[in-house]
Design a protein. Structure first.
Length: 157
């Protein structure tokens, strides 16, 4: 049975958004924000940056966390410890989500599911929707555990 997060992921995928875009869109919506430029830019991370490399759900989660911790304005500084939070997401993704069995790449995830990597994002036979939903939820959890309010975010430019 799908939970609300998984249903949202599948709805956004059905609208043509990629894995990384979905993670960011869900984060932006949690903050009550919309940013079409950022959403467009996130498309570059889909399908392991179109090469089967690092999973777009993971890179999307890293970007979402950086939205809360990174520098975005001239008079702003990155939040200390932001990279530690990113490391926590990567460690969780490798050890818990992928059970340490495969590399965190689109190509390896597809191959482990017995599906040839073709560059098709959000392939249900691979379970990409589940990866996206779980990664978004874990990024939110890590942020909250470290004192960030995912409904807030840093000031908009």
């Amino acid at each position: 049975m799908l939970d609300d997060t998984q249903i949202t992921v599948m709805e956004l995928a059905g609208q043509g958004y990629s894995c990384a875009q979905i993670v960011m869109l869900m984060g932006l919506r949690t903050m009550g924000r919309d940013n079409a430029d950022l959403t467009r830019a996130m498309a570059a991370l889909a399908n392991g940056a179109s090469s089967g490399d690092l999973c777009g759900a993971l890179t999307g989660g890293l970007c979402l966390m950086s939205l809360h911790t990174g520098k975005g304005l001239d008079d702003e500084r990155p939040v200390l410890g932001g990279r530690t939070l990113a490391g926590a997401l990567i460690k969780w993704f490798r050890e818990e989500e992928l059970k340490g069995q495969i590399a965190p790449t689109c190509r390896a995830i597809f191959e482990a599911a017995g599906v040839a990597f073709t560059g098709n994002d959000m392939d249900p036979s691979v379970g990409c929707g589940g990866l996206v939903a779980h990664t978004w939820a874990k990024a939110m959890e890590i942020l909250q555990e470290n004192g960030f309010d995912p409904t807030e975010g840093r000031p908009e430019s």
